[in-house]
Design a protein. Structure first.
Length: 280
């Protein structure tokens, strides 16, 4: 098979990949190095990116500095998981309807879903606060779960709709001939075939929910029992000092749930992302 790329094109491609990975991984590397350095070294001027003294003490001391750190990590994962489940309950039937059925206002509705993602969450904080206060949901898990799911449902519908449209309609028609209802066809035919796409959408929603927790947490919640990690790490900031090494250690530990999900779901993510890339 003839090579599609020349030597210069390969070199340019590898250089571009290396630059991209540098910008992506360098902040995590600096976070890790900061978590290993003593606090007095981090306060020194000029700032040094390397130190001769390294220690993992921050990973044990952070639980003492912030006693509720474990609770914050649990809250972050729980809220992101609840947002994902709630969002997928609405995403699956909506995406199926938009992918398979024709009805009035379909294009307009899809455009409105896309327009929702154009608004930053900060724009709607005050109206959301008043609604949640009226419903008595402030300072609860629901104050972060419901808005989180509402912001991520449109993205999930667009992603899953594109995947469902690639599944041949003949499979559904065969089920209809056998007397299957639309809901039965969705559950028994479409969802098993769309499993890789469901994983991609679910992971995307989970990451989005995990990333947007900070804004909702500091606005709709003042109870530390429900505080997620993105807002909880601010307890490492004191009145006169910031415990940078322990804050970076806690932040790295907080990233682990997302990393583990990627590792366990990697096979399905690849299958979902590449579905339809090869034309038969």
């Amino acid at each position: 098979m003839m090579d599609r790329y020349s030597l210069l094109e390969k070199i340019g491609l590898y250089i571009a990949i290396a630059i991209f990975l540098t910008f992506v991984l360098l902040p995590f590397f600096e976070m890790f190095m900061t978590s290993l350095r003593p606090l007095d070294h981090l306060r020194s001027a000029p700032y040094k990116f390397w130190s001769d003294e390294f220690s993992f003490d921050a990973y044990s001391n952070m639980w003492v500095t912030v006693p509720k750190l474990g609770r914050y990590i649990f809250n972050g994962v729980f809220i992101a998981g609840a947002v994902t489940v709630l969002a997928m309950i609405f995403v699956v039937p909506a995406a199926y309807a938009f992918a398979r059925f024709e009805f009035k206002g379909k294009a307009v509705t899809l455009s409105l879903f896309l327009a929702v993602n154009m608004f930053a969450g900060a724009v709607l904080l005050i109206p959301l606060y008043r609604v949640l206060r009226t419903l008595g949901l402030l300072n609860t898990y629901f104050a972060m779960i419901i808005p989180g799911a509402a912001f991520l449902v449109p993205m999930g519908i667009w992603l899953l709709k594109s995947y469902l449209e690639k599944i041949p309609k003949e499979l559904e028609e065969a089920a209809y001939v056998d007397g299957a209802s639309k809901m039965y066809t969705l559950r028994r035919v479409m969802l098993p075939l769309a499993a890789p796409g469901l994983v991609v959408v679910g992971v995307s929603v989970f990451i989005g929910a995990y990333a947007q927790q900070y804004l909702f947490a500091i606005t709709f919640n003042q109870n530390s029992d429900y505080m997620p990690l993105p807002a909880g790490v601010f307890e490492f900031i004191g009145y006169q000092d910031v415990v940078w090494n322990e804050m970076m250690a806690a932040s790295l530990v907080g990233v682990l749930p997302v990393m583990l999900i990627f590792l366990f779901m990697q096979r399905f993510l690849i299958a979902g992302l590449t579905a339809g890339a090869i034309k038969e």
